[in-house]
Design a protein around this ligand. Sequence first.
Ligand SMILES: Cc1cc2nc3c(=O)[nH]c(=O)nc-3n(C[C@H](O)[C@H](O)[C@H](O)COP(=O)(O)O)c2cc1C
Length: 212
Amino acid sequence: METSVRFPTLPIQPGIFYFGTPVVLLTTTNPDGNSNITPLSSAWALANRVVLGLANEGQGLANLQRERECVLNLPGPDLWPQVERLAPTTGRTVVPEWKRQAGYCYVGDKFALAGLTPCAAECVRPPRIAECPLQLEARVLSIMEREVDAWVGTAGGYHIIEVEVLRTHAHADVVVPGTQHVNPRRYRPLIYLFRHYTGTEIPLGRTFKAEV
Ligand SMILES: Cc1cc2nc3c(=O)[nH]c(=O)nc-3n(C[C@H](O)[C@H](O)[C@H](O)COP(=O)(O)O)c2cc1C
């Protein structure tokens, strides 16, 4: 049978390509010494490196450029209301015009707004978020700037940030007892899927390199 009959497709031009990646709550230190939380979903990991994509004009980006350290906190699906409370906010005291028009406002204490608990990190200044089952302390290795033409409603560009994980903290109940491994049957990420929050409830199987 013709492939186009078995798998009919439509040519589409989606405005976004958020095809389902975990939400990361990036904690950084503001110029006044307070902590900021930046929700992001443009993140991927290879070995002990994580690469982040952050649009221009965010406070988390400015903090990373200045302080060059952070914590990548991975919330579980239960924390989506807290993440959504942070969504229309920025830690930037002067809200960029395009963000103001989109309904964003400045929030100085995002921990208080979201009802999350700061907890001291061991290798970096920004705090960990106690409620997140995985917390990765990291330092910045490189930052690259990228311009984007005609990207409606944004600052016209973004930065690619490569970080090195220095220390990992995991809730005890997501660790395989007596090992260094995260238990994929216990740990669940919060997934950002075409601007909707979702979980990954049903384990389907393991790749041949899985440790547990
Ligand atoms: C679930 C979620 C995922 C997001 N993903 C990203 C992302 O990957 N990159 C980005 O630049 N902004 C992302 N944003 C938007 C930022 O969180 C937003 O610009 C915020 O104002 C940044 O805060 P800050 O200025 O205090 O750093 C995301 C927002 C939400 C709620």
